[in-house]
Design a protein around this ligand. Structure first.
Ligand code: AMP
Length: 420
């Protein structure tokens, strides 16, 4: 780095972070802090517990990583001092990559631990006494029980996507991991939604937390999202039509089951698309290969199930297509949050059949606004079976929600102009 670059200032100077981290921030290409970072970093630096209600794509990794790293730099001591728990291997890897970039000019070491691969490399890496461990609860617990991972010196605990960890049945493991942690520590918990069990965990875990409530359950304003009514048997043809659209450069297609993801990826591949599947039946090496291929643009289309694609951050995804509606309304926000990330614009189309009525109603109630309907000529079912489109009952109507509604649902574009 040239001398002038190393002294150039960024909007991150205001926090009083260690100079080596400012260099890491510049290496990451971050110029100005995101709202979640403005709010979280000072509280994190003060050692406060944080409850972050934020969806992915908001910049929350750096929001928790920067204060965590700064505090680790204050004292030199080897061995695990910060533990970050995440629901999936992909998210854990992504978090570790970001932490490594930000801490590039420090001597702090980050190790990632997750299941589905041999323990040997992870055990060897832990022997190097890294200060930061990022992992999925199952493998963290295994390593803990085998005495390979010692957590008695943890100063900071981060639970990322705590709602997903709950969905995936990790709460009992998390509670077991918490037991050997020192009582005096900083805790940061992030979740996009707050089911009762996660709220309970937050109550048990956090002391007088600084609450950062950035995004509610509504999708980011940068996402142009819509429902498309289609008969089940016409979904494949409609998908083809959307994928062939001029503005579709890179798409994640979600299916309900692993089997459907695998089959659809094969069909798209046969039809001449550069498509790859990402689902839980694949080995870790296959999953890594699929993700690497999608990130590097070897594939334009990733066909995935919810679990496999959680928290995935790939820049420049132009379309999210819900080939099948997700199981829960919450999963809708997470899925479509794979596009429109980092303040870019994205398009999300959800294929709905007449049997998805209840899901549509529940999702609109959660979002607090109707989701725009979009029609594609030649793909409309015979009978006009649109789920009703009234403002959902129980919709909250704060000013912020109203402005979000304008942003996300009625952004002045022609109804048919995108998502082709
Ligand atoms: P996250 O919500 O942590 O997954 O972050 C979403 C994306 O935004 C990641 O690719 C980050 O590297 C990127 N990012 C986070 N903070 C900033 C920032 N202040 N400026 C630019 N990009 C950022």
């Amino acid at each position: 780095m040239s001398a002038s670059a190393s002294f150039s200032s960024t909007g991150f100077d205001r926090f009083g972070l260690d100079e080596v981290l400012l260099r890491g921030i510049r290496a990451a290409g971050f110029e100005n802090p995101r709202p979640i970072q403005l709010d979280t970093i000072p509280a994190g630096l003060d050692g406060r517990d944080v409850l972050g209600l934020a969806q992915t794509g908001t910049g929350k990794t750096a929001a928790f990583a920067l204060p965590l790293l700064d505090r680790l730099l204050e004292v030199r001591r080897k061995g695990p001092r910060a533990l970050v728990l995440a629901p999936t291997r992909e998210l854990a890897t992504q978090i570790a990559v970001e932490i490594r970039t930000l801490s590039k000019f420090t001597r702090l070491k980050t190790v990632t631990v997750y299941g589905g691969v041999s323990m040997r490399n992870q055990v060897d890496a832990l022997r190097q006494r890294p200060e930061i461990v990022v992992g999925c609860p199952g493998r963290v617990l295994d390593l803990l029980q085998q005495g390979v991972l010692r957590l008695g010196q943890i100063e900071t605990l981060v639970l990322d996507e705590a709602d997903h960890m709950f969905d995936m049945g990790f709460l009992p493991d998390i509670r077991r991991i918490l037991a050997p942690l020192p009582a005096r520590r900083q805790n940061l918990l992030f979740a996009a939604t707050m089911p009762a069990e996660v709220r309970q965990l937050a109550n048990d875990l956090l002391t007088d937390p600084h609450v950062v409530e950035l995004a509610d359950s509504a999708p980011a304003a940068t996402i142009d999202h819509a429902l498309v009514l289609v008969a089940e048997g016409r979904k494949r043809a409609l998908l083809e039509h959307v994928l062939r659209g001029d503005d579709c450069h890179s798409a994640i297609v979600f299916t309900r089951t692993k089997h459907r993801a695998r089959r659809l990826a094969e069909q798209l591949d046969k039809a001449g698309h550069r498509a790859v599947g990402l689902q839980g039946n694949l080995s870790q090496a296959q999953r890594d290969r699929a993700m690497r291929g999608f990130r590097s643009r070897r594939y334009d289309i990733l066909v995935a199930t919810d679990i496999a694609a959680r928290g995935i951050d790939v820049s420049g995804v132009s379309h999210v297509i819900n080939f099948d509606v997700p199981n829960t309304p919450e999963a809708y926000t997470h899925r479509i949050g794979r596009t429109g990330r980092a303040e870019r614009e994205g398009v999300a189309c959800t294929f709905v059949t007449s049997s998805d009525r209840d899901w549509v109603r529940a999702t609109e109630r959660m979002i607090g606004a109707p989701i725009p309907r979009r029609r594609f000529e030649g793909f409309e079912p015979d009978a006009d079976e649109w789920p009703e489109r009234r403002p959902p009952r129980g919709a909250r109507s704060s000013g912020r929600r109203r402005s979000r509604r304008r942003n996300s649902a009625g952004r002045g574009r022609g109804e048919h102009s995108r998502c082709r």
